[in-house]
Design a protein around this ligand. Sequence first.
Ligand code: URA
Length: 196
Amino acid sequence: MQTEYDKALSEVKAKCLGCQKCALCKTRTNTVFSGGVPNSKLMLIGEAPGYYEDMKGVPFVGEAGQLLDKILGCVGFSRNENIYICNTLKCRPPENRDPLPDEKAACSEYLEAQVKILQPRIILLCGRVAVQSFLNTNTGITKIRGKWFEGPYFSKMMPIFHPSYLLRNESREKGSPKWLMWQDIKEVRRVYDQLD
Ligand code: URA
């Protein structure tokens, strides 16, 4: 049976899939609404679809996405089971350029609705663009990653590195971006395990 919750989410999704509020609708192949499990305590918000995401209509399926799945998998999170994944922008910007302010403004209604309907307990802000959508700060991600912030609907939010950044930084030594990500994801799992 469809619950109020499912109904609200599928209405937002249907509106988003047909969205023509900004120019990205002219260049997209697919709108990328979400991946993973809607009824999750954990939500991850990235930047915007890239080439493969646009082709498939699913977030984080390219090389960065595969690394993300591995990192999440190391602490037992998986998109089949316990995480909901979406992006700040639902359509791919040409050549993967940074989202423009008017595109973010046009798309914010969908992300806000996703957060409002799902009310996850933990929100991971993956990379600079997601951080700027929620935290009013220009502080670089290197300084604020791994810290907890108060999020909407009594959630806890943590900025984490974007996997594309990790792909450009090979080292796993103590203090390297990959090592820091490992600390962060373990901390996320620790707090997740304490949720009631
Ligand atoms: N990068 C993102 O931020 N999101 C995706 O879905 C893929 C790559």
